[in-house]
Ligand binder design. Structure first.
Ligand code: NAG
Length: 508
């Protein structure tokens, strides 16, 4: 032991010299980006054997389950970023309940139905996630074959909607959260050939008034035997409690619905208690551990620290993002090393956000480009203060990602958006982006959809948003908020969100 010590110190010194020389080498470029976890590959992940029956999936998921094993399951039912947050909540529920999560494919809600569904592992690095969470992760595609000749002919149903229709009992949170007579959020059940009977989660476990965000740990409790039994019993007073809440709401415009059968019958008319072996929830996006709402983005956020930060992009998406950014920044082939070059990402969400502006005119409500410019400037300074080198506009370029259309919408092209736009205003906005020397990725010009499919323009953009050393986003956009957290966590980067709503909203 004693004589090993000098060797130890020699090793320490060698390692230090090596690290310093690596750093000084990298500091010739804008930043030591390749030291960050965005660019790091999945360390040889520990393979967790999937707790399912071996062999190819049959047309019934129930065939694949191991009799002594417990699972947990939820469905996508919103825009894609919110569906990602919904899955993260499911993963956290998996930890809290010691059940194996079954990951649903994502629905093409904002992309166009003919994009069909896409498996979780096409978007996220499921092996790395499983290794970092220390638990096996099953995908729905592993346990049920929903693909058949008939459905595969139509791009809308390709890969899904087939297989045997299986009845099952699930919990539904949405009728309780909405408390307005709404039903379950079960958009995905047809695509997975499930016929679900729902038991409403009992009232009284909200952590944020009025009734929107729900206590996640209460949901976990329903996945344990005694909690499940209590929940089923309490659910019997759902109709009565709903009527009480609705009549006590001031200005309630919704008619109190006729009492419904509990559990809600499925399409076949069956009433089924929530499954014991596969705890199943309709949509768990509006939940939290201690306050709901912005909890995801708080520095102490349990869901971020336990789960969200481990949801890295699938290797294909990363390599496409690296290729698109390298092309756009004009990095010559001999300077490319398979890592993401440093840049600042800007996400200006405009098109659909403008719908909340009226009666205020669009241009007085959405943040002006100058607000983003100012924050990019501050980001450069913050990066320099953090020790990043060459953060000036010459070396560190900006890539704008925005849903602002390249051509101003007209009544012929978009009846919803057209009335909000002055003639030529979208073209003028992009021109001012160009005038600043900023870049963007033009998927239309680059034929991204025909090359990679409809999902990939959005996925590549979301990946690029997370890949800069700086990020400037749009306040109140979940897509921006998640990109900012990723930038800080994975790239050791910095950034901020531009506020909007009035001309001086972002004054600071
Ligand atoms: C699913 O079923 C279809 C139709 O029987 C078959 O062609 C396909 O190979 C199956 N897929 C898997 C993954 O077993």
């Amino acid at each position: 032991m004693y004589y090993r010590r000098p060797l130890f110190w020699v090793l320490v010194i060698v390692v230090c010299i090596f690290t310093l020389s690596t750093l000084s080498h990298l500091n010739n470029g804008p930043s030591p980006l390749s030291l960050t976890s965005w660019n790091s590959q999945s360390k040889a992940p520990a393979a967790y054997p999937l707790p399912i029956r071996p062999g190819p999936p049959t047309t019934r998921f129930k065939d694949a389950l191991l009799p002594d094993h417990k699972y947990i399951f939820t469905f996508p039912n919103a825009g894609w970023t919110n569906d990602v947050m919904n899955v993260a909540t499911l993963l956290l529920l998996g930890i809290l309940t010691r059940r194996t999560p079954i990951l649903s494919p994502f629905h093409p809600s904002h992309i166009g139905k003919d994009a069909s569904l896409i498996p979780f592992s096409k978007i996220f690095d499921i092996e790395r996630l499983s290794a970092e969470l220390h638990m096996p992760l099953v995908e729905f595609e592993d346990i049920k074959n929903t693909s058949d000749y008939q459905h595969d002919l139509d791009p809308v149903t390709r890969g899904y909607y087939g297989g045997e229709t299986e009845s099952m009992g699930c919990w539904t949170l949405w009728p309780t959260q909405a408390a307005n007579g709404a039903g379950a959020r079960s958009l995905a059940q047809d695509s997975l050939s499930l016929d679900l009977s729902f038991t409403p989660i009992p009232f009284g476990h909200e952590i944020e008034k009025p009734y929107l965000h729900w206590n996640l740990h209460y949901l976990a409790e329903l996945a344990f035997p005694a909690g499940r039994k209590d929940g089923i019993k309490q659910a019997q007073s759902f109709n009565e409690n709903l009527a009480k809440i609705m009549s006590s709401k001031p200005n309630n415009k919704d008619a109190i619905p006729e009492p419904r059968k509990i559990p809600f019958p499925n399409k076949k008319g069956e009433q089924i208690d929530p499954d014991e072996q596969v705890a199943c929830f309709d949509f768990v996006y509006f939940t939290g551990m201690y306050k709901g709402g912005t909890e995801w983005w708080d520095e102490s956020s349990p869901i971020w620290h336990l789960v969200g930060r481990h949801m890295h992009w699938a290797p294909l998406i990363k390599s496409l993002a690296i290729e698109y950014v390298s092309d756009r920044l004009g990095i010559p082939a001999n300077k490319r090393d398979g890592t993401m070059p440093p840049f600042i990402a800007v996400h200006a969400r405009r098109a659909d956000f403008a719908r909340v502006c009226p009666p205020r005119p669009r241009e007085e409500c959405l943040a002006p480009l100058s607000a983003y410019t100012r924050r990019v400037e501050e980001t450069r300074q913050a990066l320099a203060a953090k020790g990043f080198q060459n953060t000036g506009p010459e070396d560190l370029k900006v890539i704008m990602l925005s849903d602002e259309p390249k051509v101003t919408p007209t009544m012929e092209t978009d009846r919803l958006l057209a009335p909000l736009y002055a003639p030529g205003s979208a073209e003028a906005w992009w021109k001012s982006v160009a005038d600043q020397g900023w870049f963007w990725i033009d998927h239309e010009e680059l034929n991204s959809v025909s090359k990679h499919g409809k999902w990939y323009t959005m996925l590549i953009d979301a990946c690029i948003q997370s890949a800069g050393i700086g990020f400037v986003g749009t306040d109140r956009s979940t897509m921006s908020s998640i990109a900012l957290r990723r930038t800080e966590e994975w790239n050791n980067g910095v950034g901020s969100l531009v506020r909007w709503g009035r001309p001086d909203s972002d004054a600071h």
